[in-house]
Design a protein around this ligand. Structure first.
Ligand code: GAP
Length: 518
């Protein structure tokens, strides 16, 4: 069947949010109480897709690497861990309030937005000139010689430089001064009536113990990584692990994000899939390159367009890192961080040694000496990966008959339901036959039985949740034990014997080929 894709880029974010809710992928948390900002619940289809993503990551990282093992550390941890990791002192955002709108902003974001506006002005000049000069237009020459553009560029460079120094030195006064000097106004009130800039720690604090007098302040973990570091020796010794080796973990993390917008991109409760890879000091750059490529491959193996992903190397490194980059994805809001790959040196283990007084070293039998390993970290947000998959998968198509369908072209491996079993009509023994097929397939695959409404509408419902196969049971099935199997993306239908169904589905959703390609 011939189809034309309808452009969805306009308002894509809104469309994805509405679709996710309508089809049971993602609901706003506590919705009947008007919701809870930046917290979301995963619905009946969302939880399946999320579990499939975890499974793909776990198998690619743990099952496929003899020298990587898993861990499930508790969310609550000893409060000194967060002192050692630097989170108590340095996991802050600089905040500023507008006194008229009462809106709160990250001071650095306000300044960055100002820089983005200057960038926009450059782009406008370039577009205008390109139109005026047509084929003669020399982009490079224009941006390096046009006085207005070079002036904007100089302004941008100066602002970025000042911002970096202010952030590095936690100079809040300088941030406030920059906001004033640049004449930045509140997007809501339009005024320049700003409070002082204050530091705001992103960790959620709570109390351990039932009586306030007896209690200790503890934190909800802002990353899963520290659970791995403090178990480094437990795992190394009990698993008799030899360097290089990795520890992988999937779990919840919590951050009291100030600017919590853009759906599940920035949440206050979210899930991370992190792996810390312990290596011999001096070998970290080799492994950093290795994991950079490996992790990009993991994303690309799912079949999304390559140009949707890119590396972004960090220029301003955190104090503990000697190299770091993001894998960015082209979300509906533009290219943004999806995963981080960080060379964290021996900062974390060294610091935990210092604070705990326990040795966290590896005895290298070849070198006959102990050392603190260096660490390469791969850290991916599960929710952001979910969002990336939905963004790539969401399509609106015009069909031959003029009707429209919304289809989620989710990689079959990740689809919430693998097959829908649909009796053509609700009589003459077809439902009973269909139930028999459903009962057989459900032993191996997550399937859905549906006998309500016309077959076309049932196909649409399955397209909307990304089910790769629709199996239709008709009168011929009763005669010759065959069914039609409709493929989601092409909508092609084939007649196949019931006994071939399992192998056909298995072939399409199999993980082994993907794992082999990594
Ligand atoms: N252990 C390192 C670490 O936590 P990070 O860059 O702060 O590094 C890693 O976070 C990943 O976690 C990010 O690339 C992103 O995918 C995800 N992430 C971070 N903050 C998030 C938030 N507020 N909501 C959803 N995902 C988030």
């Amino acid at each position: 069947m011939s189809v034309t894709e309808i452009q969805t880029s306009e308002n894509l974010l809104k469309k994805i949010i509405a679709h996710s809710k309508e089809y049971g992928f993602i609901f706003p948390s506590s919705e009947i109480y008007d919701g809870l900002s930046a917290v979301y619940d995963y619905g009946q289809n969302g939880v399946e897709l999320k579990n499939n993503l975890k499974d793909y990551w776990w198998k690619a990282m743990v099952q496929m690497h003899e020298n990587i093992v898993g861990l499930d550390a508790a969310i609550f941890m000893h409060p000194t861990i967060w002192k050692a990791s630097g989170h108590v002192d340095a996991f802050n955002d600089p905040l500023v309030d507008n006194k008229d709108s009462k809106k709160r902003y990250r001071a650095d974001n306000l300044i960055e937005d100002h820089v983005t506006k200057l960038e926009g002005k450059i782009l406008k000049e370039v577009t205008k000139a390109a139109k005026r000069f047509g084929k003669e237009f020399d982009h490079q020459q224009f941006i390096t010689t046009n006085p207005r553009i070079t002036q904007y560029q100089e302004q941008m460079d100066t602002i970025n430089q000042k911002l970096k120094v202010a952030i590095d030195n936690s100079d809040l006064k300088q941030l406030k001064l920059m906001i004033e000097e640049l004449g930045i106004v509140c997007p809501i009130s339009g005024s320049r009536n700003w409070t002082e800039v204050r530091q705001f720690n992103l960790m959620f604090k709570t109390e351990l113990g039932s009586l306030a007098e007896e209690s200790n302040d503890i934190y909800l973990r802002p990353e899963t990584a520290q659970g791995i570091f403090v178990n480094f020796l437990n795992v190394q010794k009990s698993g008799r692990m030899k360097i290089p080796f990795g520890i992988a973990q999937i779990g919840k993390a919590f951050r009291n994000e100030i600017i919590a917008r853009q759906f599940i991109f920035r949440m206050r409760e979210f899930e991370q899939m992190e792996m810390q890879f312990f290596v011999k000091p001096g070998e970290e750059m080799e492994w950093y390159q290795y994991w950079k490529e490996k992790r990009l491959q993991w994303h690309l193996a799912l079949g999304a367009a390559e140009e949707k992903y890119r590396f972004y190397d960090h220029l301003n490194l955190a104090h503990y890192a000697n190299a770091a980059c993001d894998i960015q994805f082209d979300f509906p809001m533009g290219f943004k961080e999806l995963e981080g790959i960080h060379s964290r040196t021996d900062f974390d283990l060294k610091s935990h040694e210092k604070y705990s007084g326990k040795k966290l070293q590896f005895f290298d039998p070849v070198e006959n000496k102990s050392y603190i390993p260096f660490v390469i970290e791969t850290s991916i947000g599960l929710d952001r990966t979910f969002f990336a998959i939905l963004t790539s998968a969401y399509r609106v198509e015009r069909l031959e008959d003029g009707s429209e369908r919304v289809v989620l072209k989710i990689p079959p491996l990740l689809a919430p339901k693998k097959a829908a079993v649909l009796p053509l009509v609700k009589k003459d023994g077809l439902p009973e036959k269909a139930r028999g097929i459903f009962d057989l397939l459900k032993l191996e695959f997550n399937c859905q039985y549906d006998e309500k409404d016309a077959i076309g509408r049932r196909y649409r419902r399955q397209d909307a949740i990304g089910t790769p196969f629709c199996i239709t049971i008709d009168y011929q099935t009763l005669e010759d034990e065959t069914v039609t199997i409709r493929e989601r993306d092409s909508m092609d239908q084939q007649r196949v014997p019931i006994k071939q169904l399992s192998s056909q589905i298995r072939d399409k959703i199999a993980l082994d080929k993907i794992l082999q390609s990594l």
